[in-house]
Design a protein around this ligand. Structure first.
Ligand SMILES: [Zn+2]
Length: 373
């Protein structure tokens, strides 16, 4: 099994310079290769066989002409080639994806990927050894699996000049054949405002500090939109907004990790609805709550955490009428509107919070699917 672990790193001044160079070189080589690729494509796009004969250029090709490329990690450049190849193949598989784009200094993310070859990447004494850079201080806020093997690392820099490393580790999954207790299960009904309501009737609520930070961010964003283009104030304000953005994103991630840990520890089976987030965001115009994709991130966390413990995430079909079915008597109300917050059953007369009713249905349907299978 492969899993990525992200940590903050603290390069020293020399390392920062080399990192800057590496980000630049990776972008440079990527754009060079792309320009060549583009030219060949334009020339032979109507002749597929001829086009196939032209392979993607390799970074080595530029090293004699641009000596300074030798200063940086050559694997970073090799990975730029692999990334471009991927983007190019994607374009051929689905033209809607569009031709790969040039990387711009301002809009593209500063990052590069390097690989572990015979132990040239390793963690020692609160430092991580990286090719060309040597030992960089790392904040290990969590343990890597003890039997894990580091496959590759992606080093990135945020607009506020913070450095992170994402370490891809391969390890033996301890998938125990755990006996799952269907009574130890929970259903989660996705909720626009509070992430979800569970089958005990409890809503997951974002912490208050998170909400406060969000409105602060919105305020600063409005301020930014009023700043004059190209002005000093705008540059300053942009940095302020970027800093807040990072804070909000980190807080959110932190909260989602804690919540998914808690659920994973407490339950054997977690049932959710199988939702297509992008389609939902578009057709219902549900706005920010869906588009910030907290739910997507949350279910990703849940999925791997449950798997790690030999537990289960069950997705209930999206056509299952979780909201429109009475959990008490099973009768269906097709006329239920999005604005109806309380479920009032016309058949049995029960009155219950709409999301609570839905979550109970999702749980029961999930457990049913398991016992059928
Ligand atoms: Zn009923």
């Amino acid at each position: 099994m492969n899993k990525a672990y992200k940590f903050r790193i603290y390069p020293n001044a020399d390392q920062e310079i080399l990192l800057s160079k590496t980000f630049g070189c990776v972008r440079f080589v990527y754009n060079k290769m792309l320009a060549e690729r583009k030219e060949i494509y334009e020339q032979f796009k109507d002749d597929k066989d001829e086009l196939k004969k032209h392979k993607l250029p390799t970074p080595a090709k530029y090293k004699s002409e641009f000596e300074w490329l030798r200063e940086v990690d050559s694997l970073a450049l090799a990975n730029a080639q692999i990334n471009l190849q991927k983007a190019y193949t994607n374009f051929f598989r689905d033209k809607k994806v569009g031709f790969p784009q040039f990387k711009s200094k301002h809009k593209s993310r500063d990052s590069y990927t390097t690989n572990n070859q015979s132990g040239n990447i390793r963690i020692e004494n609160k430092h991580i050894k990286l090719p060309k850079l040597g030992f960089v201080r790392i904040k290990l806020h969590r343990q890597l699996p003890s039997d894990g093997i580091i496959k590759s690392c992606t080093i990135s820099r945020t607009p506020t000049k913070k450095y992170y490393i994402s370490i891809l580790v391969e390890y033996e999954s301890k998938l125990q054949t755990k006996v799952l207790d269907p009574y130890n299960s929970i259903g989660l009904d996705m909720d626009m405002k509070n992430l979800y309501t569970d089958s005990q009737g409890v809503r997951a609520e974002y912490p208050r500090y998170y909400r406060a930070m969000q409105s602060k961010l919105a305020k600063e964003q409005r301020k930014l939109s009023r700043c004059q283009k190209g002005s000093n104030n705008r540059t300053k304000q942009r940095l302020k907004v970027a800093t807040l953005h990072e804070k909000v994103a980190n807080q959110r991630k932190d909260f989602l990790h804690k919540l998914s840990n808690q659920i994973t520890n407490d339950y054997d089976i977690v049932c959710i609805e199988d939702l297509n987030m992008r389609a939902m965001g578009q057709c219902l115009n549900l706005g920010k709550s869906v588009s910030d994709n907290s739910w997507g991130m949350f279910t990703t966390f849940l999925s791997y955490k449950l798997e790690d413990q030999g537990k289960l995430l069950v997705k209930v079909g999206k056509w299952f009428a979780s909201s429109k079915t009475c959990n008490e008597c099973g009768s269906i109300n097709q006329d239920l509107k999005l604005s109806d917050r309380v479920w009032i059953c016309k058949n049995c007369g029960c009155v219950i919070d709409r999301d609570y009713n839905a979550a109970k249905n999702i749980k029961e349907e999930g457990v049913r699917l398991l016992t059928v299978a």
